[in-house]
Design a protein around this ligand. Structure first.
Ligand SMILES: [Ca+2]
Ligand SMILES: [Ca+2]
Length: 141
């Protein structure tokens, strides 16, 4: 039975090793790329004009929704700090949540990134629904 025990321990150790990898290391092993969506700063928050003072900002990365930061006023920043693995391209789209179905939320614009590493943070300006945001991200591959 000692052989079975040894084999079982080995599997556990491999799983722990993989869990301890940083996303950059994981990307190298799996052949994919990682997007780190860091933050979005409101140059102009205007998607809730007439309702409240700030936008309620969340992002979708290839459809996956981040958490929402409510009442983001002009000059304020929504932090996503979200890792997402992808292959090929990743689309990043920001929205102002209006509390209903996703289809009712206002588009704040978006962009697409490829799997070429950015060598640090990149900031892209997007606009939509009366708002303008500077979105900061990095790509690791
Ligand atoms: Ca709105
Ligand atoms: Ca809103």
């Amino acid at each position: 039975m000692s052989n079975i025990s040894t084999s079982s321990n080995s599997v556990v150790e491999q799983e722990q090793l993989f869990t301890d990898l940083t996303p950059e290391q994981g990307a190298v092993i799996e052949g994919g790329a990682w997007l780190y969506l860091y933050k979005a700063t409101a140059i102009k928050a205007g998607a809730d004009f007439g309702w409240s003072n700030g936008d309620d900002v969340y992002a979708r990365i290839n459809g996956d929704k981040t958490s929402t930061t409510n009442d983001v006023d002009t000059g304020e920043t929504a932090n996503f700090s979200k890792w997402k693995q992808f292959s090929g391209t990743a689309s990043i789209n920001l929205f102002d949540s209006d509390g209903g179905l996703a289809g009712d939320d206002d588009s704040l614009g978006g962009f697409t990134v490829g799997s070429t590493p950015t060598n640090g943070y990149v900031t892209t300006r997007i606009s939509g629904s009366g708002s303008t945001y500077d979105v900061t991200y990095a790509v690791y591959a």
